[in-house]
Structure formats: structure tokens, C-alpha cells
Ligand binder design. Structure first.
Ligand SMILES: C[S@@+](CC[C@H](N)C(=O)[O-])C[C@H]1O[C@@H](n2cnc3c(N)ncnc32)[C@H](O)[C@@H]1O
Length: 281
């Protein structure tokens, strides 16, 4: 059965602050990469300190020290983290006890973010580093062409998180001759390295939204880390890939984006979606 979809337009921090604690089994976040755009750092940093009463992260001093160290290496990352940190804290609050958080990053942010997220959530909550590898577009001749994204996966409770490998779409064996015909026909369970094309430039899936992620990548995430009827949240929703996939798999999706173009694309992509009422300042 198709799951429901609710779309909210607005700044995600303001919107998700109104949602109840522990109300989502799966949260997928694909924030804009740190590519030099202007940021709201000063405002967000002050606000996050204030909201937490001076506490930074869930692991106090260790987190504070790491954040300070990383700041001295890279101001640009500090700006980015100032934007992301309060949003990750909200995501953690919204995650159910058996819930899982996926954060989609690129190679410029992934390592700094991993260290900070370990300190923020607890290293024992780290589940996986997924590598989504693709092979498309121009290739540098001055270094190895960068053709992968990193998705960091954290679970709210390492003893209780939901993970269903049986429901995940399988993939062909690289050397089918080495396994039985039966196994080859069934395909193999994907590992933490996912070869998957980008959204094809023509075809059913393409919405025209520039940062759209492929449904195949989201499908695995939704299949493994949620059950039919569970609630799934994406508050950097863009073209709504998470919602389209989750709804098709019988999950209920909540999507947030600040860009009116994203809202228009999502409404066209998911005609059954309900638009949440306009938010007033
Ligand atoms: C990388 S795109 C997400 C693409 C999406 N995963 C997809 O498959 O189409 C990031 C999105 O975050 C949105 N965004 C950035 N800052 C935001 C904020 N503060 N509140 C809500 N949305 C925001 C942008 O408008 C953009 O659509």
C-alpha cells in the first residue's frame, strides 16, 4: 500500500522543532555541500549554544575540543558545521529508539563530519560508512577523478535499531561463476560500497532538480532501515526522492525544503502528497 507524504515549505530547523521526540524510524539528510555559498553561521552558532545552555554536543568536553581543533584547520568547514550541527541535534531528538540516521556527504566534508558526529552522538552509535560510487562526467587528469559520495550511518540505540537485510534489493555477483547457479540467480547482498548510476539524464526518474539523488540508492536505505507503516523524514528533501521511494514502499514520509522550486517539483512528483499549512514567522 502506498504511504502518505506530507510536505513542509520553510527553514528546516524551524519546521522540525515543532515535531515530537522519537517520532521517526528513519531520517535521511542530504545537506547542500560546503561549496562556498554564504552561510548563516553566526546566527546558528549563537542559537545552538543558547538552546543547549552552553552544552555543545552530547559528549561535552570531548566534542568541544574536537570542534575547536577542526576550526583551526578549516574555517570553511566551521561555517558549514555551524549550519549543520543544530540540525543534526534535532535529527537525533526526532529519531525513535530503533531508528537510524543517514547523512549524505561528499569527500570534502566526510572525514571532518565523521569525527564530529562520533563525538556528538557517541562512537558506539556509528553503524556504517557507505560509499556510493558512480562514474559519470568529466575526469581530472591531475588527480584521481572523484566519483563517489559518502553516507554516514548512525543508530539511536546499538541494541535496538531496525535493520532488515532480507528486504534489500540484491545485486549481481561480480564473478557469478564462483558461486552456485542458485546463488547467482538470487544475487548477493550489497556491501558498504554501492555502485549505482547517477539519475539518468533522460527517463522516468528525472525531475530536473539539480541535486536529485537516484531512487535505487534511497530504496536500499528505506528497505533496510524501516518497515511498512514506519515514519520517514527528509528535511533537505529537494526533489523528494526519499518521499517518493518511502511512499512506494508503504512508509509514511515527511519532507521539508526551503526552496519553492523543490516544493513544486515534489508536488508534481507525488500528486498524492499533502502540503502542510503555510508557516508564519
Ligand atoms: C542536496 S539537495 C537535496 C536533494 C535530494 N536528496 C534529492 O534527491 O532531490 C539539498 C536541499 O536542501 C535544501 N535546503 C538547504 N538549506 C535548507 C534549510 N535551511 N531548510 C530547508 N531546506 C534547505 C535545498 O533547497 C535543497 O533542495
Amino acid at each position: 500500500m502506498t504511504g502518505s507524504v506530507v510536505i513542509h515549505e520553510g527553514d528546516n530547523l524551524e519546521v522540525v522543532r515543532t515535531f515530537a521526540d522519537a517520532s521517526f524510524t528513519l531520517i535521511y539528510l542530504d545537506p547542500p555541500f560546503n561549496t562556498g555559498r554564504p552561510r548563516e553561521r553566526a546566527v546558528e552558532t549563537v542559537r545552538s549554544v543558547g538552546a543547549a545552555g552552553g552544552r555543545k554536543g552530547f559528549h561535552g568536553r570531548e566534542y568541544e575540543r574536537l570542534r575547536g581543533d577542526l576550526r583551526t584547520y578549516d574555517d570553511r568547514f566551521d561555517d558549514y558545521w555551524g549550519f549543520l550541527e543544530p540540525r543534526l541535534e534535532e535529527a537525533w531528538r526526532l529519531l525513535a529508539d530503533d531508528g537510524t540516521l543517514y547523512v549524505h556527504l561528499d569527500y570534502r566534508e566526510a572525514h571532518y563530519a565523521k569525527v564530529l558526529m562520533d563525538a556528538l552522538f557517541g562512537r558506539d552509535r556509528f553503524l556504517n560508512e557507505l560509499i556510493w560510487a558512480y562514474d559519470y562526467g568529466a575526469k581530472s587528469r591531475r588527480r584521481w577523478p572523484t566519483k563517489h559520495d559518502t553516507i554516514l550511518v548512525y543508530v539511536k540505540d546499538p541494541d535496538r535499531y531496525w535493520f532488515d537485510s532480507e528486504s534489500v534489493d540484491r545485486e549481481p555477483y561480480m564473478a557469478p561463476g564462483l558461486v552456485t547457479a542458485e546463488k547467482a540467480a538470487r544475487g548477493k547482498l550489497p556491501t558498504d560500497v554501492w555502485w549505482h548510476t547517477i539519475v539518468p539524464t533522460t527517463g522516468r526518474e528525472k525531475t530536473g532538480y539539480p541535486t536529485q539523488k537516484p531512487e535505487g540508492v534511497l530504496r536500499r536505505i528505506v528497505q533496510a532501515s524501516s518497515r511498512p507503516g514506519d515514519r520517514v523524514l527528509d528535511f533537505f528533501a529537494g526533489s523528494g526522492t526519499t518521499g517518493a521511494v518511502a511512499s512506494a514502499l508503504g512508509r509514511d514520509a515527511v519532507l521539508v525544503d526551503a526552496n519553492p522550486e523543490a516544493i513544486a517539483v515534489m508536488r508534481e512528483r507525488m500528486p498524492h502528497a499533502e502540503l502542510a499549512g503555510p508557516r508564519r514567522p
